[in-house]
Every structure is written in C-alpha cells, then in structure tokens.
Write a protein that binds this ligand. Structure first.
Ligand code: AHR
Length: 312
C-alpha cells in the first residue's frame, strides 16, 4: 500500500513531492531502529525522496550530513540530535540557505529561530511519570534506587533525570544511590547494572531500577537474573519507550512499568513541513507526542502484539 502510494505521488507530479534529508543518530536501541523504519515508511507513503544518513552516535557526522544536505539543496532537513549543545553554526548555515530544519525526538539548546519546529514528547514529564509510578508502587519503608542514564549530554538523559527527581520529590524514603550512563544500549545497561550490583554487595540493598530507556532496562534485567535476583519483584524496574521486548518482560513479571515514546515523529513532522513548504503555514515551535504509562495491570501481550511488526 505504501509503495503504491509513493509511486502514485511520484507519477502524478512527475517528481517526488519533496526531497528531505534525515540525519539520524544511529541504531543504539530498539526504539531508534523503529523511528528509522517508521520515518522511511512515512516518507514513502507521501512520495518524499528521503536522503538518510546514520551518524553512528557522532555529532561531527551529523554536522557533516547537514552540510551535505545544504549543498544538495534539499527542501528540508530532519535532525535527531545526539546531544543538546553545539548546533548553532550548522543550524545557521541551513537557515541562511533557507532550508527549514525539524528536530525529531531530542532537543537542542540553540535559539528557537534556528529551527522550524521540534516534534517529540515532553521528556521531563516522562521522567516524572516514572518517578510517580515508583512513589505509588514501592514497598513500605526505605527504597534505594539505581539509575541508568541515557547518552551523556543528550536531552532525554538530562530531562528524564530531572523529571524523575521531581516525581519522587516529597517521598523522603526514596533515595537515588547510584547513577551512571548506559548510553541507551542493552549492553551498556547490562554492564553498568553488573557494576551497581557489585558495588552494592548484591541486590538486597536495591529496591528499584530506573532506566532512561527500555533497552538498558532489558540489559539490566539480564544482569539481575544472572546474579540470582528476581527482577520485577526483588528489584522493581521502571523505564521509558514501550518497545515490544519490554512488554514481553512485563508479561513475564520481569519488568513493572514503561512510559511510551512513539517512534512516529516523522508523520507530524512531514505534515508540518508540507503545510510550510506548500502553503507557507509555520507550525508551532513544539509538536508534542503522547507519553502513556503501561504497567503489569495492562495487557502486556496485547501491547506486544500491537508493536511487534513496527520495525523495532
Ligand atoms: O531520544 C530518544 C531516546 O533515544 C529513546 O528513549 C532511546 O531508546 C533512544 O536511544
């Protein structure tokens, strides 16, 4: 259906509707892979000529990709920025070339007039929801929490850390005792969780794990099991993304809760770009996606089934 739609759009106009460059961060997580797939599908549906570039987690590669898109004279650029700082010059270059840039899922600390709009969730709110879930579900008494942070300097790592702390504020018996980056990867989550368990003398002193994404939580679950501890029970697990595998873990009782981040940021981004490029309608500076909470009380297998073919 998508292929036919794209072919029709191209044939009916004689050329692709728009040429759009997409500078993607890499493929660090299941969520990221799904975002790439969905973006390509959404482009195909609309007959967009999408020029894709995988930065392999390096900001310099993203800057080079943006410069190359500017040189190619694309109609617009999608940027999922790996870190929040250091974008001013290249965004100014795109602006001077009159090429609108749309931020996908992560934010930058540059001035708002350097990009057209940002599509994404409220990353602080996601952390708050996770923190509030822990406040409502922790066992009686003191609760010592370990935290797996996302990529250092990235907006989700900064904002999800802030939001979680706000969520647990006022609950004096919850304390974050260890916090380290696992770089949003499964292997990073496993490795850092192993070191947390070792440093804490096992799992008896750890009440909960908060992971900035599901992939790190899944790696940590493996480490917890290998240490002979029961994840989801002895150590509560709350994370963010809602990828299919976390629903399998929730169904097994190995994880407790996840906050959804939709991988379809491109749909709203392409709609906003189309209105802007075709009719000159400027979008709002932030197009917000939903952040729903899923727990063991929901139907995790149904949620798994709903997502398993989405390119995760
Ligand atoms: O920027 C969004 C985050 O990046 C996702 O939560 C994580 O899985 C990804 O790597």
């Amino acid at each position: 259906e998508y292929v036919l739609g794209a072919a029709f759009a191209v044939l009916s106009t004689g050329a692709p509707a728009q040429t759009i460059g997409f500078s993607q961060i890499g493929s660090e997580s299941g969520w990221r892979a799904a975002e790439t797939t969905v973006t390509q599908q959404e482009a195909e549906k609309r007959g967009i000529d999408l020029r894709f570039s995988d930065a392999q987690q390096r900001q310099e590669n993203q800057i080079a990709a943006i410069r190359s898109y500017v040189a190619q004279g694309v109609d617009a650029i999608l940027l999922a920025p790996v870190v929040a700082t250091g974008w001013d010059s290249v965004l100014e270059e795109a602006k001077e070339a009159e090429i609108p840039v749309v931020l996908l899922d992560r934010r930058v600390d540059s001035s708002e007039d350097l990009y057209l709009t940002a599509v994404g969730s409220d990353l602080v709110h996601e952390g708050e929801v996770a923190g509030q879930w822990l406040v409502d579900n922790k066992p009686e008494g003191e609760c010592r929490v370990v935290e797996l942070q996302g990529t250092t300097g990235s907006s989700p790592a900064i904002d999800r850390a802030t939001g979680f702390r706000t969520g647990i504020e006022g609950s004096d018996d919850i304390e974050i005792v260890r916090s380290q980056t696992g770089d949003f990867t499964r292997s990073g989550g496993k490795e850092v969780m192993e070191s947390f368990l070792q440093a804490e003398g096992g799992g008896d002193n750890i009440c909960a794990l908060y992971a900035h994404n599901d992939d790190m939580a899944l790696g940590a679950i493996q480490a917890i099991k290998e240490a002979g501890i029961d994840p989801g029970d002895d150590i509560l697990i709350v994370s963010i993304d809602a990828v299919p595998d976390i629903f399998l873990a929730i169904a097994e009782g190995d994880a407790n809760a996840t906050v959804e981040l939709t991988p379809n940021m491109a749909g709203p981004a392409f709609d906003a770009l189309d209105a802007y490029l075709t009719d000159g309608v400027a979008p709002t500076k932030f197009i917000q996606t939903e952040s729903a909470l899923y727990t063991q009380g929901d139907d995790p297998m149904a949620e798994y089934e709903a997502r398993k073919d989405l390119g995760y």
